[in-house]
Design a protein around this ligand. Structure first.
Ligand SMILES: C[S@@+](CC[C@H](N)C(=O)[O-])C[C@H]1O[C@@H](n2cnc3c(N)ncnc32)[C@H](O)[C@@H]1O
Length: 246
């Protein structure tokens, strides 16, 4: 996938969590002019949402191409190309530190969270906006169950922790963060539309790519599309958030 396709994928993912992120920023008392650090910021899909609240954005990602992509000409953003395990910033530098679909990819998520806590001002918040628990997914009917099982195998093969979601409370509290709150992204399913199916299918097909031959993916798609458009499908991946005070 090229960088534009990655960006579109992240923008779609960001749409699912838009209301939740604004709710959590309000809970964390984010005020205009404050500085927010997003760790694992990717192509910057979340940046416009922070900027719309008047926050000053600092991103951090270890992929140079993504860092560059997230810095359009004339933007007021700062993006650091660095590692979540060793954030190149002084203690207590930021008003808020956040991440979004990052921890599931990390071998040592607690280490990244500890770094986020270190660079956040005392009395302010570390927020993980969204981390899925693929291990407890609901896929119905059978065709979606089959697809879900293969998608999980493929994600695990890529190094994803399939049960990071349920561990959020333990990780946040284990780090000594105070007033930790954990919750779930709610779901609402509108009338099934071909556009929504196609956009979401592109992501699933990408995840299946490493394990399933192309003709099988196409066969899966035909069957899944028909079931989806008839309104019989339920696909739900519980996605957790957590926030706590330094
Ligand atoms: C699934 S993407 C999410 C991007 C962005 N947070 C969003 O939601 O649009 C995860 C990002 O974390 C970055 N990442 C993974 N491990 C990292 C690490 N150890 N240090 C810094 N960035 C990392 C990846 O390069 C990728 O851009």
């Amino acid at each position: 996938m090229n960088i534009h396709t990655w960006h579109s994928r992240y923008v779609l993912q960001a749409l699912w969590t838009e209301k939740l992120r604004q709710f959590l920023l309000t809970k964390a008392n984010a005020q205009p002019g404050e500085q927010i650090l997003e760790v694992g910021s990717g192509t910057g899909a979340l940046f416009p949402g922070f900027e719309s609240r008047g926050l000053r954005v600092v991103g951090l990602d270890y992929k140079p191409k993504r860092c560059l992509y997230s810095l359009p000409f004339n933007s007021q953003r700062t993006v650091i190309c660095g590692n979540a395990y060793d954030i190149p910033a002084a203690d207590h530098s930021f008003d808020l530190s956040v991440c979004h679909y990052l921890l599931l990819w990390l071998k040592e998520p607690e280490r990244a969270l500890a770094e986020m806590a270190r660079v956040t001002k005392p009395g302010r918040h570390v927020i993980a906006f969204a981390e899925p628990d693929y291990q407890s997914r609901i896929d119905y009917p059978e065709i979606f169950q089959e697809i879900g099982e293969v998608q999980n195998r493929s994600l695990e093969f890529q190094g994803v922790d399939l049960s990071i979601g349920r561990r959020m409370g333990a990780m946040f509290r284990g780090l000594g963060l105070r007033n930790v709150n954990v919750g779930l992204l709610a779901g609402e399913w509108k009338e099934p539309s071909p556009a929504v199916f196609d956009a979401e299918w592109d992501m699933i097909a990408y995840d299946l790519g490493g394990l399933v031959p192309v003709d099988e993916i196409l066969a899966f798609k035909l069957k899944a599309r028909e079931t989806w458009l008839s309104g019989r499908a339920t696909v739900f991946i519980p996605t957790f958030y957590a926030y706590g005070m330094v």
